[in-house]
Design a protein around this ligand. Structure first.
Ligand code: URA
Length: 432
């Protein structure tokens, strides 16, 4: 299969033409082999950025990206279903959802990411557990997923190498924010897992990648279309990210909050999303009474037991599920208090994410180190009534200068008004 020479392919795309499968296979193979130089790859990305992509181009690009490296082949008799979230602040859903769904008899082979900028990453949170590994060869990944029904790990260099190269080019050429490029990037890394079903949690709001519902809907439809074209049933929930999810933002404290969900003691918003996504995952796996099954496994502690099993299989200390006090803790606490009496009418979620970053809980570049014991606890959330002097947020920190900046950001993030805000649904809509 040979496509147009790269210069021709760029020109064709630039002028609004449609690339065929051979063109896109040639582009991806050439980028990975190094035969297409960065300047031509970047020009192609810019042409896609401006011209968009048709459904068949999206399917072909994603397919070529999947074929650029190893594929996972998990030997399990159980259905394999995963979840992907587009990321937000306080989003620790994967940490409790994956073991919960696995405890119901579905294999969840979850490849996850690290935090960057104002959003945290599942791997960083999980690595708060001493000794726990998230880097595995495809063989080890398969062994853990098939034996234990669940794994949460990073992507090895041999999985979708095209995405690493293209993402770095996008990052330096201002072409990240393109729905076709985002969709093919995310979907290639999920479809390589060899899934029977995929559930997407598309976050919308001030702390999300997609701030506007229309953009979130376009991203959702594009991703569902790619899943379908590759024969993987894909569903999505659009969920609100106009305030952090749960009360904890950071790393170790978020993991502790995820553990509390599996004890049946999690905050209502986080528990609601975990239940809804869990039900969708079980439905995709062909289960009847998915809601009953999820509730029974939450109440019985089976999800918690599965989390401990997963932590042990990944080399970590499973005692943290019974004793979260074993997780890293910060040395100092500072409380930010309400400056007025009234209702919390909004929380700029991005600012809360940036406050966590200032404390050292996140990173600005992939080389930065993070401090897993630091973070924020939100005592007041949107709609809560507060009296002047009440604690809004507690900052947990090790480095005082970062805490000063975080305190300013928290004060800037909260709005207190005389009237309660209109309630917003947490689950905005569901798309199949
Ligand atoms: N996350 C990804 O994996 N890829 C993108 O392009 C954007 C977010």
């Amino acid at each position: 299969m040979s496509g147009r020479p790269i210069r021709e392919a760029i020109r064709h795309k630039r002028d609004g033409g449609e690339l065929d499968e051979a063109d896109l296979q040639g582009f991806v193979s050439g980028v990975v082999a190094g035969s297409i130089p960065d300047y031509q790859a970047a020009a192609m990305l810019m042409a896609i950025y401006f011209q968009g992509m048709s459904d068949s181009e999206l399917a072909a690009l994603t397919g070529a990206m999947i074929r650029s490296g190893d594929r996972l082949n998990i030997s399990s008799d159980q259905p394999k279903v995963d979840k992907h979230s587009t990321g937000g602040v306080g989003d620790k859903v994967s940490l409790c959802l994956a073991p919960l769904v696995a405890s119901c008899g579905v294999t969840v082979p979850m490849m996850s990411g690290r935090g960057l900028g104002h959003t945290g990453g599942t791997l960083d949170k999980l690595e708060s557990i001493r000794g726990l590994r998230t880097a595995f060869s495809p063989k080890e990944f398969n062994r853990i997923a098939s034996r234990h029904g669940v794994i949460i790990a990073g992507q090895s260099d041999r999985i979708v190498p095209a995405d690493r190269i293209l993402y770095a080019l996008r990052d330096s050429t201002a072409t990240v924010s393109s729905i076709p490029l985002i969709s093919s990037s995310i979907m290639s890394k999920k479809l390589v897992e060899g899934l029977d079903g995929l559930v997407l949690d598309i976050k919308v709001g001030s702390g999300a990648f997609m701030r506007e519902i229309e953009d979130a809907r376009r991203l959702t439809e594009t991703m569902i279309g790619i899943g379908r074209a590759h024969g993987v049933a894909t569903r999505a929930l659009l969920t609100d990210m106009n305030q952090p999810l749960g009360r904890e933002v950071g790393n170790a404290n978020e993991l502790a909050e995820a553990i509390s969900v599996l004890r049946g003691q999690g905050p209502p918003d986080l528990t609601e999303i975990v239940r809804a996504l869990g039900i969708a995952m079980l439905e995709m796996a062909g289960y009847e009474d998915s809601a009953g099954l999820i509730d029974r496994h939450l109440a019985s502690g089976d999800g918690l037991k599965k989390l401990a099993e997963m932590i042990k299989a990944q080399g970590g200390d499973p005692r943290v599920v019974e004793e979260p006090g074993r997780l890293p803790q910060a040395a100092h606490t500072r409380r930010i208090r309400a400056w007025d009496t009234g209702y919390v009418t909004s929380i700029n979620t991005r600012d809360i994410g940036l406050a966590a970053l200032s404390l050292g809980a996140g990173r600005l570049t992939m080389k930065d180190q993070i401090d897993r014991g630091v973070g924020l606890t939100l005592s007041a959330k949107v709609g809560d009534r507060v009296t002047e002097g009440d604690v809004l947020v507690s900052l947990r920190f090790n480095q005082p200068p970062g805490a000063d900046r975080a305190a300013d950001l928290v004060r800037q993030a909260y709005t207190i008004g005389a009237l309660p805000p209109d309630p917003r649904p947490l689950i905005i809509e569901e798309c199949n």
